[in-house]
Unconditional design. Sequence first.
Length: 472
Amino acid sequence: MSSIRIPDGSPSSTVAAIAPSAPDAESTGAPVLTPMPPLPPGPIALPSSQPAATSPPALVGRVPPQTTAAPKFNLAAAMDDDAFTSRDLGALAVPPDLLAAFGSASRVLIIGHIMPDGDDVGSALALARALRALGKQVDVCIDDDIPGSFRAVDTDHELQRAAALQGGSWDLAVVVDPGSAERIRDAAKLLPSAAAVAVIDHHLNPHTPADYGRVAGPEFMTWLEPGFPAAAMMIGAILSKLDPALSAAGADPEKLYLPALIGFCTDTGWGYYQGIDPEDFRYFKFMLERGGTTLKALQAVMDSFELPKRVWALATQTMTIQSSKLPPALEAELLALDARGQGVRTFSEKHTDGAPGLAMVTVTAAYLDGLLRVGQLEDPTLVGIDVIAPFKYGHLRQMQELGNPLAALLFSNARGEVVAELRSVGDAAFRLAKSLGGGGHDQAAGATLEGAALDVVRDRVLAWAKADGITA
């Protein structure tokens, strides 16, 4: 597998192997866990458009054979292959009441979720631009900071925080890709000012009127497609249905489709993620053709943001704190956190047969804040969510590449929450997320636990993996 630059701000085309952490169990009172072993020298094989050369190790005794990892989809080759024909998204069914609501509404509020990803941002912006092209007054609310790569998608600064929209009123509020109602945070306070609410989602969790402060009736609509790889595919279907009106209005197809294409790419890992039906990429190819753009153009948007290399190296432990040439006070702060076991900690728990089991990385809010200040020495525009990228696209992906059937990223934040990002072969990620009060997809899920302690959530994950037979 070739190494490529990862979307979302990885700093270079290759990343050195992640070294094990050295937790200080005595100072934290935490149980002594087995740290991840050192990895082979050289760059990590990052997601690419090439299929895997070899199959991952057999996952004996943990998941059924049919859920073992499949070769990764060669997205670039498929887009260049004339035999891999596109499929019109207009053939997909969109609820008539939703289309009617779009037609009758004059003022529309579109809401995305916190901890925004490309699917969230891209879907919200694509729908907003389409409705504006049809003469609607549209506001878009994501009540959180936007990661660097996706700030480049918001070229017209359309995304707003909930506080800026207080006092508004709308005929229709559309909640896009939420996963659960809790994930829209203070944007929920805007919903009483909307005459009707619609939820468009591709996650497995159900959505009820009560979740959004409504009662059952025509003023509450849901369109749920858990079999779709991204909410952006649902938005693409809406754009296709609206195409005659959009064409008559002179809408720019590239401006409409590019955000949705970014969403589709990032939620499928550019063909890297497991569990995606290759046939769905025929719809992606239709969107690419309809938008008149290319994979190279999409990658250029993502590459417009680059996380400072020193942040990536410290987060992935390929550079020591002492060698990173930090201001003395900041260096001392990070060293103190690390000495107390409050920095980056990586663990590997094996199955009874000695094969890989659970791999986990944890990082505290204080250390993330320190990494943010390291990054802001070079780029003052960085926000907190930017420094999560090395953990999601470095640690978490590497754990998967090493054949672990379950990989977990746990981090605390300044709001007193612990966020869990989970990946698996089979449905372990979803089942673990549900046990933590979250949800998502079978192989990619997560949870946000309010008022929880990081070490307590870590212990819950360890106990769950052992009870599930993933670890000894």
